[in-house]
Design a protein around this ligand. Structure first.
Ligand code: ADP
Ligand code: MG
Length: 244
């Protein structure tokens, strides 16, 4: 599923006037593409994810999720699109203190639908894929920051999203652990063909151009995309390295 933002503008009330958080944004993310958006704090990164994730309607412009204009959907239909197709990894890990890692991942699905056992098996598989097979029974206070972020990622993939939106996943981590998280995400989403947007103020953590890093980097400042650098291009169903 692809994501297309065309000429998207978003403003918030600000005293007597409006503050422009997104200013005529154009951004396309193909299915299976892993795109980073980097820019300083306040540049509009979280706003961009909120609009892409149908949580906030832009003032103007078009948001296409899987080719569907989100503005044409009712609130209930947008909620369904989010539930069935979009995964979110928020900046705060939002883990609930009393629950184990396994239970946190299981929270992402409606346990009344499908078999309980099947959900459990899938949650365990995801925990294994993020390197937490041995930590499934631990509660958040027994996990490091990096491990909590891995639980977060496992949880976001539980609903098999086609679009994954990730807000500052490395902000609480040191460089090495940050890069490990990006490499982990890149591997997981490439394997599944998930269109992925990761926003971060820390370009270095994203490791652009590295084989474990992102496919493209867009830089944003004051709500505007300044440039998009593609490190790989889409050829057929896969990405190849682009020269230079
Ligand atoms: P970033 O994630 O890059 O730090 P944000 O998208 O959170 O940037 O914010 C972009 C701008 O919009 C900032 O100036 C911020 O203060 C403002 N802003 C964000 N959310 C709101 C809101 N709900 N109401 C008013 N202003 C907001
Ligand atoms: Mg933010």
């Amino acid at each position: 599923m692809s994501l297309v933002l065309s000429d998207v503008t978003l403003s918030y009330p600000d005293g007597d006037g409006r503050l422009t958080a997104l200013d005529r944004i154009d951004l396309t993310v193909e299915a299976g593409e892993f795109v980073a958006v980097t820019g300083p704090s306040g540049s509009g990164k979280s706003s961009l994810l909120a609009v892409a994730g149908t949580l906030v309607a832009p003032d103007s412009g078009t948001v296409l999720v899987g080719g569907v204009r989100t503005a044409d959907l009712s609130a209930a239909e947008r909620a369904r699109v989010r539930r069935d197709h979009i995964g979110f990894v928020f900046q705060q890990d939002n883990l609930l203190p009393p629950l184990t890692a396994l239970e946190q991942v299981l929270l992402a699905v409606d346990l009344r639908k499908g078999g309980r056992r099947a959900h459990r098996t899938r949650a365990m598989e995801l925990l294994e894929q993020v390197g937490l097979a041995d930590a499934a029974d631990r509660r958040p206070h027994q996990l490091s920051g990096g491990m909590r972020q891995r639980v977060n990622i496992a949880r976001s993939l539980m609903g098999s999203p086609s679009l994954l939106l990730v807000d500052e996943p490395t902000s609480a981590l040191d460089r090495e652990r940050g890069r490990q998280i990006i490499a982990l995400l890149a591997g997981l989403v490439r394997e599944r063909g998930v269109a992925t947007v990761v926003v971060s103020h820390d370009l270095d953590a994203l490791d652009p151009g590295n084989r474990t890093g992102v496919d493209a980097t867009a830089s944003i400042a004051d709500g505007r995309i300044l440039r998009v650098e593609r490190h790989r291009s889409h050829v057929g169903a896969r990405f190849v390295e682009t020269a230079g």
